[in-house]
Design a protein around this ligand. Structure first.
Ligand SMILES: [Cu+2]
Length: 458
């Protein structure tokens, strides 16, 4: 959400009617809008059906529908897509209607929905509606509750949204491959009574993890553990939208997890409570305050808080390897190692040789070095005070006074009131640093080695 103009232009330019409808004939298939921009679309205010306060999908959009004889009709198209993960890196993914993740489906408790699913992938697929209570034959488990949707075919799902909440959709066919390729999306069912659990701002995203090697564009679909891109709505910091919030607003953030590990999601400057899971609403008396909530695999947590503290507040996964972009883990720890002699010798042979890591790795955030094509620095992002040294699952909640109700454009960096920023001590110099035990030798504890021996004593 870089500027209002880009914001609106992005949504207008990104919406293209699919050619599919004319080819199949306008007989009954609804239009399948498509979007190729990673800019967040403005909230989709409903113009038919019951009113509700729409969500903002981070770096995403909500799928328009048509009303037909009392049914809300949506059209999802499963297809290969190209997704910019952050400026500088684009991935070949599979998704829906031009994007990974697919568009958010929004409707209202009690709505009868008819969802057309067209398969433009090279292999069969299905869609499972995670968390939704529906007739068994609509559950979308290929081979168990329906035949698979072959390439080129369209299936129809029909059910009633019997309860409000946050759910998600994803394939239940060749799941390992299709989820590793980015096939997923959010479903938000708003309460029938707009006064039930109301909030002023409502955000949604799905977490996905990818393993894309340096210079590659397509995720390694057989990867089980070593993912290198930890995404929110298939974006990584600094590509993830900031969350602009008006001071005093009640805010809900709906977080779904379709990665292969849990994510402890943490907010700064506020406390929140889990108000909703994919199983339903948490009664107010059963909520407890937290600043971090774990979102397990295959689950959804919606947190709520009152944004009463102006500023730019970090909002991120608390696993420190999940706030990094593509990184190798086979890097030796070099802290405390004196490279000087070695570096001089290597520099005679390799003029561009660079010593890394002897003081820690923070320098990586500002380092400008050539990267392989189509990869991202491990940590990046510039803030008002320097490099932010983050990547992956990190963004900023920007709490400001006096934003307009529906204003989601980036308000820029926070301007701190005088005297409210941590500052450098200008008085006496600190005492000299303590002696390093290893440097003197005399304080080095005696080394007692135990050599492997035969198990003679036991
Ligand atoms: Cu994480």
């Amino acid at each position: 959400m870089s500027s209002r103009r880009q914001f609106l232009a992005g949504s207008a330019a990104g919406l293209i009617g699919a050619s599919l409808v004319s080819r199949v004939g306008a007989a009954s298939l609804p239009e399948a809008p498509s979007r190729d921009s990673a800019e967040a679309a403005p909230p989709l205010v409903p113009n038919t059906g019951r009113p509700y306060n729409p969500v903002v999908t981070l770096n995403g959009w909500s799928l328009p529908w048509r009303m037909r004889n009392g049914w809300k009709e949506f059209h999802l198209v499963a297809e290969p897509v190209r997704r910019e993960l952050a400026p500088g890196m684009t991935a070949n993914l599979w998704g829906y209607n031009g994007q990974s993740p697919g568009p958010t489906i929004e409707c209202v408790e009690g709505d009868r929905v008819r969802i057309f699913v067209t398969n433009r992938l090279p292999e069969h697929t299905t869609i499972h509606w995670h968390g939704i209570l529906l007739p068994n034959g609509m559950d979308g488990v290929g081979g168990l509750t329906q035949p698979h949707i072959a390439p080129g075919k369209t299936f129809v799902y029909e059910f009633q949204m019997t309860k409000s909440g946050t759910f998600m959709y994803h394939p239940h066919a060749d799941e390992m491959v299709q989820m590793a390729m980015g096939m997923m999306g959010s479903i938000v069912v708003h309460p029938r009574d707009p006064k039930f659990m109301p909030v002023d701002r409502d955000f949604a995203f799905v977490m996905a993890a990818y393993e894309i090697g340096p210079g590659a564009h397509t995720p390694k679909v057989a990867e089980m553990l070593e993912f290198n891109l930890w995404t929110w709505n298939s974006r990584v910091f600094p590509g993830i939208d900031h969350l602009p919030v008006r001071k005093g607003d009640r805010v809900r953030i709906r977080i779904a997890n379709l990665t292969m590990t849990n994510h402890p999601i943490h907010i700064h400057g506020h406390d929140f409570a889990v108000a909703l899971t994919d199983g339903g609403w948490v009664p107010k008396g059963a909520r407890w305050p937290e600043t971090t909530t774990d979102v397990p695999v295959g689950a959804i947590r919606a947190v709520e808080f009152v944004a009463d503290n102006p500023g730019d507040w970090a909002f991120h996964c608390h696993k420190s390897h999940h706030v990094m972009n593509a990184m190798g883990h086979n890097v030796p720890t070099m802290i405390g190692v004196d490279h000087r002699g070695v570096a001089e010798k290597i520099l005679r042979l390799v003029p561009d040789y660079m010593v890394m890591g002897e003081r820690g790795m923070a320098d990586m955030g500002e380092m400008e070095m050539p990267l392989p094509d189509n990869t991202l620095p491990m940590m990046s992002g510039a803030g008002p005070f320097g490099a932010i040294e983050m990547g992956g699952m990190f963004t900023v909640v920007k709490v400001r006074e006096g934003l307009a109700r529906n204003d989601y454009k980036d308000p820029g960096w926070y301007r701190h009131p005088r005297g409210t920023v941590a500052y450098e001590w200008q008085g006496d110099a600190p005492p000299a640093s303590r002696k390093q035990p290893a440097a003197t030798g005399e304080e080095t504890p005696a080394l007692r080695a135990r050599k492997p021996s035969a198990h003679a004593n036991h």
